[in-house]
Design a protein around this ligand. Structure first.
Ligand SMILES: *Cc1c(COP(=O)(O)O)cnc(C)c1O
Length: 456
């Protein structure tokens, strides 16, 4: 494996609290890792969003750019990056991905409209519903088979999409495609699939927007695994990907290597005017869009850095490294490794814990106690349907997963080894471990605030 194409210039100390302290802390947190304090966490694999380590060049650009209500040079830096890398002429900066979604859907989705996507991320789902629209997923069936190890499990099911669009063409204001497909595990979408989706969109005169949060990681998978792209540069692949789209939403907290920021881009001048007008009302003037000007500069530099192949090789290589260590040890992972995270199948990890007793949540708790590592449950607690009166689970989701999400440029492979070893230790004594009982759940977004007790 090639080493990282960077070295460490500044460090942040991390502390592993002693084991008895970890046991007390997780109990006080109601066996919910969202209630832990960062100072009590040794390695934080909660999310890759807004957690990247920035480069010296990003920090330098933040310092030297000029802060101005209107006309900051950082806006023009970002404008150039958006044009050079994505090929979009019109864009508005926003403070993260979701305000971009909100502005997009407010302007083109009417009540009762349907928006197809390979898989809607929860914020796009919520923002479409917020304006009265209906989000609908068309991901390929293979995405649900966690064991199957094939590339491009994030793809759109083209046949299903086409049938649906031809039946509902006048009720679809836009088609979206999410790259990489976060909801099914950061699995990428092939160029062929993007192209076919765009052909359907064009045939029915419907605009195609990309949810582009992890576009660079997606481009790397195309280069690595799709025929005909081995000798293309990442920038060439990115340009081709976006040549099929009419616009995109983007959270800079992922592949712009920044801690905050995002943008909404379009090729349509009339739509751009609407976006700009609404931006002024909800985010701010178009040359800063809800951010300090320095954040735009950090995004502009970060977009160049994240589309360097050597960086992506190390980035996706590290995620694959952790995946492979777990997979080789017989841990039931979701296959193959995603671009930003490794997922473990809770039900297959703890076959003796019934799903009503939260196997993946149990694993999150055990990993913290074992090693001070924080992963996150995306399963029964997060997606299970609950009776709001009694708090009881009424419908179990099909998958009960634990996600170990790798922040960009933050941890070394020694950290990954430590994580893998702690999961393997738990796996080796899995028969002794009991599940959890949920004792408190608020009616909305229960997963963040739920409390559990150990089953004795
Ligand atoms: C993170 C994310 C978003 C939303 O971005 P925020 O910056 O968190 O608002 C939208 N879509 C996908 C696929 C994401 O991963």
């Amino acid at each position: 494996m090639d080493p990282e194409p960077f070295k460490i210039k500044m460090i942040e100390k991390i502390r592993l609290p002693p084991k008895d302290e970890r046991e007390r802390l997780i109990e006080e947190a109601g066996f919910n890792v969202f209630n832990l304090k960062i100072d009590d966490i040794f390695i934080d694999l909660l999310t890759d969003s807004g957690t990247a380590a920035m480069s010296d060049e990003q920090w330098a650009a933040m310092l030297t750019t000029k802060q101005a209500y209107a006309g900051s040079n950082s806006y023009y830096m970002l404008e150039k990056a958006v044009k050079d890398i994505f090929g979009f002429k019109h864009f508005v900066p926003v403070h993260q991905g979701r305000p971009g979604e909100h502005i997009l859907f407010t302007n083109i989705v009417k009540s009762g409209n349907i928006v197809p996507n390979n898989s809607h991320f929860d914020t796009t789902h919520a923002n479409i519903k917020f304006v009265g629209g209906v989000p609908k997923d068309f991901v390929v069936e293979d995405a649900c088979n966690t064991e199957k190890n094939i590339p491009f499990k994030g793809n759109m099911d083209i046949e299903k999409l086409e049938n649906f669009v031809s039946d509902n063409r006048y009720n679809i204001p836009l088609i979206m495609i999410t790259i990489t497909n976060n909801t099914v595990g950061g699995q990428p979408v092939s160029m062929e699939n993007i192209k076919k989706t765009s052909e359907i969109a064009k045939k029915y005169f419907i605009p195609l927007f990309m949810d582009a949060c992890r576009f660079a990681e997606n481009a790397y998978f195309i280069k690595k695994n799709e025929n005909g792209y081995k000798n293309k540069t990442i920038r060439e692949i990115v340009k081709e990907m976006f040549s099929y789209a009419d616009g995109c939403t983007f959270s800079g907290k992922k592949d712009a290597l920044t801690n905050i920021g995002g943008f909404l881009a379009t090729k349509d001048e009339k739509l751009f005017e609407k976006f700009r007008n609404m931006l002024v009302v909800v985010e701010g003037f178009p040359t800063y869009g809800g951010l300090a000007c320095r954040e735009l500069a950090a995004m502009a530099v970060g977009l160049h850095e994240s589309t360097e192949e050597s960086y992506l090789k190390a980035r996706c290589g590290q995620v694959e490294y952790l995946w492979k260590r777990l997979h080789d040890a017989g841990i039931p992972t979701v296959n193959p490794a995603g671009g930003h995270a490794v997922f473990i199948d809770g039900k297959r990890f703890f076959p003796n814990i019934p799903q009503e007793q939260f196997p993946a949540q149990t694993l999150a708790v055990e990993i913290y106690i074992e090693s001070g590592v924080r992963g996150v449950e995306l399963g029964t607690s997060c997606f299970g349907e609950t009776n709001p009166e009694t708090g009881e689970l009424v419908k179990l989701p099909e998958l009960d997963l634990l996600r170990l999400t790798i922040p960009r440029r933050v941890y070394t492979n020694n950290h990954m080894d430590y994580v893998a070893e702690s999961v393997i230790k738990i796996f080796n004594r899995r028969d002794e471990i009991k599940g959890l009982k949920r004792v408190y759940v608020p009616p909305l977004l229960g997963h963040f605030l739920a409390k559990f007790e150990r089953i004795k």
